[in-house]
Design a protein around this ligand. Structure first.
Ligand SMILES: [Zn+2]
Ligand SMILES: [Zn+2]
Length: 370
């Protein structure tokens, strides 16, 4: 009884303030609403208009869950805080919380979508200025994919340069791809991802790399991709293809958090300065099981060669087929640069160069997906 009395006294003090119905409700008062409202200056009566704006802004998005946030003008907080301090009112819901709660519930009812505080498909944000102008912005949760690509023709680079204007952030000049064009494996796949998801700035992590002159055969090279602000998110798979590249991608829950280990089968064309004989091939075959040491980021790293086959083409040229840990730098392994030990040049006692190499297959060792 004493508590209710105390509360009634507090509420009766609100009479000094002109408040709208919503702002009165929030403070537990049933006094007559008056305009303009001391706290919100009419913002609360804009709810219907704001909901309509949200409905039209989110129209292009596929989503099941959302979270609504808002930035209100500081003046609203200041007036509300000042009033409450004067009336010694504490622990009541804020104008912002009431606004987002009521609009969020209304939008959920209209759209049939659910509120999700942890991992919403779509984040909706209201930015309200001190004249109560409302801007609605949206950002959908990124989608991640795992895929493999094959490269059937030589002369096609794996990676694409960034857009020079935005340096990869995405702008009107690059159609929000963040790329300088689509003339690469990355470009072809990025374009297909953007078309399928209506998203922006796809980012890739590749399991290994190849040269412009390399083919990628077998099941293809695995990669992960992430696309920002996708409009379409219910996808079974994406296919990308051009004259040179074929790729298939499937959605994944997330990107791998630990480095993915992989083994690569590579065919290497080598040209040596001296005449090659049978002894040289024998020396090369002795590399099976060897650990190749090299310097990486001021440390010594090793890559294992699991199997190696060597075939002489003519006096100066040979073909190596090796099965080795992913990340072994093929050109350095042949030429002997960057302190690679053992390497082909040193082993044969002559200068050898990698003419070209092709990726025959890539096996993933510890992946979350196959
Ligand atoms: Zn108000
Ligand atoms: Zn750009």
């Amino acid at each position: 009884m004493a508590l209710a009395d105390a509360r009634n006294i507090l509420v009766s003090r609100l009479k000094k303030y002109k408040l709208c119905k919503d702002c009165l409700d929030r403070h537990g008062s049933r006094q007559k609403p008056e305009e303009p409202c001391y706290i919100c200056r009419g913002l609360m009566s804009e709810k219907e208009v704001i909901i309509k704006k949200i409905v039209s802004t989110t129209k292009g998005y596929q989503f099941d869950t959302f979270l609504l946030g808002a930035t209100l003008p500081t003046q609203i907080y200041e007036r509300e805080d000042a009033m409450r301090a004067r009336l010694k009112m504490r622990g009541m819901e804020s104008a912002k919380s009431q606004l987002t709660r009521e609009i969020g519930m209304a939008f959920a009812r209209i759209s049939g979508k659910k509120v999700d505080y942890l991992l919403p498909d779509l984040a909706i944000n209201l930015v309200i200025d001190k004249e109560n102008n409302v801007e609605v912005s949206t950002q959908s949760r990124p989608l991640t994919f795992m895929g493999r690509y094959k490269k059937k023709t030589k002369g096609f680079p794996q990676k694409q340069e960034r857009c020079t204007k935005c340096e990869g952030k995405g702008c009107n000049d690059c159609g929000h791809s963040g790329l300088s064009g689509y003339e690469s494996v990355e470009g072809v796949i990025a374009r297909s991802i953007m078309t399928a998801t209506k998203g922006e700035t796809p980012k890739f992590s590749w399991l290994g790399s190849e040269d412009r002159s390399s083919l990628v055969l077998g099941k293809g090279r695995p990669f992960y991709a992430k696309v920002l602000d996708p409009r379409k998110r219910k996808l079974r798979s994406i296919r990308a293809s051009s004259d040179s590249v074929v790729a298939t991608l499937s959605p994944t829950k997330s990107l791998p958090t630990v480095p993915v280990r992989f083994i690569v089968k590579t065919r290497i064309l080598i040209r040596c300065e001296k005449n090659l004989d049978g002894k040289d091939l024998k020396k090369i075959r002795s590399l099976a099981g060897a650990e190749i040491k090299f310097n990486s980021r001021a440390r010594t790293a090793t890559k294992k060669i699991y199997a190696i086959a060597a075939r002489r083409v003519d006096d100066h040229n040979l073909i190596l087929t090796i099965l080795a840990d992913g990340g072994l730098m093929i050109k350095q392994f042949v030429g002997g640069e960057e302190y690679m030990k053992p390497n082909v040049s040193e082993l044969l006692g002559t200068k050898c160069d990698c003419t070209t190499f092709d990726i025959l297959d890539v096996q993933v060792q510890n992946s979350l997906a196959s």
